[in-house]
Ligand binder design. Structure first.
Ligand SMILES: CCCCCCCC(=O)SCCNC(=O)CCNC(=O)[C@H](O)C(C)(C)COP(=O)(O)OP(=O)(O)OC[C@H]1O[C@@H](n2cnc3c(N)ncnc32)[C@H](O)[C@@H]1OP(=O)(O)O
Length: 220
C-alpha cells in the first residue's frame, strides 16, 4: 500500500513580512520538500503498521540511524528550514498536518488538507488536530498583509461532524475585525458541503517586549 501523504504542487510563496532571517525557499529547494514528504511517509506507515518484535527492533535501529544522520545538520531554531518553508504544505513542519494554503487576501484565507491515520483519533481526524489546522490558517491570515506579529490568545473549536480521513477537506478563515491590538478571526472546515468544524479565535498584536525568542532571549 502506498502510505505517502501526497503533497500537491506548492501554491504559496515565502512572505518577507514574516521576520525570517533568510529566504528558506532559496535553500534546499525541492530536495527539502522530498525530505518532508519522506518524514510524513514514515509517520503514516508507522501508524498503519503492526510489526512483529524483530521488525520493530530492526526498524527502530534504522530510524535511530536516520536521526543521527539528521543530527549532524542541527542548527538553531531561526536557521532550521522546517516550519519556515511558506511554499510547502504545513510550512514543511512534520507536526503540522499538510495544509496547502491556496489563497490569502487582506481578510480571507482558504486552503485544503488531507490527513491519514497518523492524524486520526478513531476513524476520523483527531480532535486535537483540528485546532492545529485552524491555528495554522487563522494565524497566517492574522499575521498577513503587513500586519505586526500577533499570537493566538484563544481558539475555540466546534466539532460539527466527524472529519473523514484520506479525503480532501476545505479550510477557510476570515478576518472579522480589529479592536486595538486584538484581531478577531473565524474559521470553517468542510468535507464537500458538510461543515465538519468551525472556530473563532483572538490574535493579539505583540508589544515590543513580547517579541522575544523566549528560549534564547533574542528578538524575533
Ligand atoms: C502562521 C504560522 C505561524 C504560526 C503561529 C501560530 C500561532 C500560535 O500558535 S502562537 C502560540 C500560542 N499562543 C501563545 O503562546 C500566546 C501566549 N499568550 C501570550 O503571549 C499573551 O497572553 C498575549 C500576548 C496573547 C496577550 O498578552 P498581553 O499582551 O499581556 O494582553 P493584555 O494586554 O492583557 O490584553 C490585551 C487585550 O486582549 C484581551 N485578552 C488577552 N487575552 C485574552 C484571552 N485569552 N481571551 C480574551 N481576551 C483576551 C485583554 O482583555 C485585553 O483586552 P482590552 O484591550 O479590551 O482590555
Amino acid at each position: 500500500m502506498d502510505t505517502t501523504v501526497h503533497s500537491s504542487a506548492p501554491v504559496d510563496i515565502w512572505h518577507p513580512d514574516w521576520n525570517d532571517p533568510f529566504d528558506p525557499t532559496a535553500e534546499a529547494g525541492d530536495e527539502f520538500a522530498e525530505l518532508v514528504d519522506a518524514v510524513r511517509a514514515v509517520q503514516e506507515a508507522f501508524t498503519r503498521s503492526r510489526t512483529d518484535p524483530a521488525a520493530a527492533r530492526s526498524i527502530a535501529e534504522q530510524l535511530r540511524s536516520v536521526a543521527r544522520s539528521l543530527g549532524k545538520y542541527e542548527v538553531g531554531e531561526d536557521d532550521q528550514i522546517a516550519g519556515h518553508r511558506w511554499d510547502l504544505a504545513g510550512r514543511g513542519q512534520a507536526l503540522a498536518p499538510p495544509l496547502h494554503i491556496d489563497e490569502v487576501t487582506d481578510t480571507t484565507a482558504r486552503g485544503r488538507v488531507t490527513v491519514g491515520r497518523f492524524h486520526a483519533g478513531r476513524y476520523a481526524m483527531n480532535g486535537g488536530v483540528t485546532p492545529l489546522i485552524f491555528d495554522e490558517i487563522m494565524a497566517r491570515l492574522a499575521n498577513d498583509s503587513g500586519r505586526a506579529w500577533a499570537r493566538t490568545a484563544y481558539l475555540t473549536v466546534n466539532f460539527r461532524a466527524p472529519a473523514p480521513l484520506d479525503v480532501e477537506l476545505r479550510v477557510e478563515a476570515q478576518y472579522l475585525r480589529r479592536d486595538g491590538r486584538k484581531r478577531f478571526m473565524t474559521g470553517a472546515m468542510y468535507h464537500g458541503d458538510v461543515l465538519v468544524a468551525d472556530a473563532d479565535g483572538l490574535w493579539i498584536e505583540l508589544k515590543a517586549e513580547q517579541t522575544l525568542n523566549i528560549s534564547e532571549g533574542r528578538k524575533v
